[in-house]
Design a protein around this ligand. Structure first.
Ligand code: BGC
Length: 320
């Protein structure tokens, strides 16, 4: 069976043709996400561009495909196929599935991007074999997908499971969702870049390696502080330590509320692997409720990495 998985992100819209047997992506393609979609220029148009491109590349027709799955940030009404609200890519009430059905006559499903990625990890990746997992993605925003007893928990009308917007600092940083102190404003890659830039401005960090690393890369990125810290740079280490603490606080909350078998970390920052997960595992082991008296929550890097979104969206079709 061939499926199409579409992964909508803050930076790009990726799509791939997936073989459901092997879980392999046969061809994939990405285009940049436009800053502002309108009624006249709907996000569906860009999704269709990706679909047409990959079909053409694979020498296939839409009739060769069993279904299309879309992973989209925000509150998604999966039943009606509508993006109800999304903060990082500003969208409100977009009937994506109806719009795409005008062009493609096959089953089309949509769910939150992190929910899809959690499903993908559960079916094809690091979540295989567990019953309860919490998947967290650290990227432009912070997304979460919660699987309890093998089933995706989405909250009423798909508007729950938004751990990125749990408040971890009262009256904290302003979030683009309109609230303050959301976990995502401290633990996303976007937040790490902001924290790195702020640290680079401090007089004690004027000779920090972070400056050299950013100059070489041509920008401050989510890697700048990590690379510096690994080379023994004190300023970089301070940024990383603080950032990991912010992630850890949110994970502790998730561990205490859900006590899953495992918490999987995905998104760009998860490329730091053990360097990130070791201190987080230690935090969960020592600070989660009941400590060693309660079952251990394993913290692992998600395994599908860049493909998690596409495979997760394809897994959504398989689930249906
Ligand atoms: C959105 C989530 C999304 C996450 C990752 C957050 O800002 O609220 O719905 O899953 O970003 O894209």
């Amino acid at each position: 069976m061939y499926l199409i998985g579409i992964d909508v992100g803050g930076m790009s819209i990726k799509g791939g043709i997936v073989d459901s047997e092997s879980g392999k992506i046969l061809v994939q393609h990405a285009i940049p996400t436009t800053a502002k979609y309108t009624k006249e220029y709907s996000i569906s148009e860009d999704i269709a561009k990706v679909i047409d491109y990959i079909l053409n590349e694979a020498n296939m027709k839409i009739d060769d495909i069993v279904g299309i799955g879309i992973g989209q940030p925000g509150s998604i009404d999966s039943e009606r196929g509508v993006i109800r609200y999304s903060n990082n890519i500003a969208l409100e009430n977009v009937p994506v599935v109806d719009e795409l059905h005008k062009k493609y006559n096959l089953p089309i499903y949509i769910s939150n991007d992190a929910n899809c990625a959690a499903l993908g990890e559960y079916v094809f990746g690091a979540g295989r074999g567990y019953k309860d997992i919490v998947f967290i993605t650290l990227g432009t925003g912070v997304g979460s997908g919660i699987i309890i007893d093998g089933k995706l928990f989405e909250g009423r009308a798909g508007a729950g499971a938004e751990a990125g917007h749990m408040v971890i600092v009262v009256d904290g940083e302003k979030c683009n969702c309109g609230s303050r102190g959301c976990w995502e404003t401290y633990a996303s890659a976007t937040a790490l870049i902001r924290q790195t830039k702020a640290a680079m401005e401090l007089p004690e960090n004027k000779d920090s390696l972070m400056h050299q690393i950013a100059a070489e890369e041509g920008k401050v990125s989510g890697k700048t502080a990590f690379v510096a810290a690994k080379k023994g740079d004190k300023g970089g280490q301070a940024v990383v330590d603080q950032y990991i603490k912010y992630i850890g606080v949110g994970l502790l909350n998730m561990a205490n509320i859900f006590r899953p078998d495992a918490i999987l970390i995905g998104g760009g920052i998860s490329k730091e692997k053990d360097y990130l997960t070791n201190p987080l595992q230690k935090m969960i082991d020592t600070e989660s409720y009941g400590g060693k008296f309660n079952p251990r929550v394993v913290v692992k890097t998600a395994s599908l990495q860049n493909d998690a979104g596409i495979l997760g969206a394809a897994a959504l079709v398989m689930k249906e």
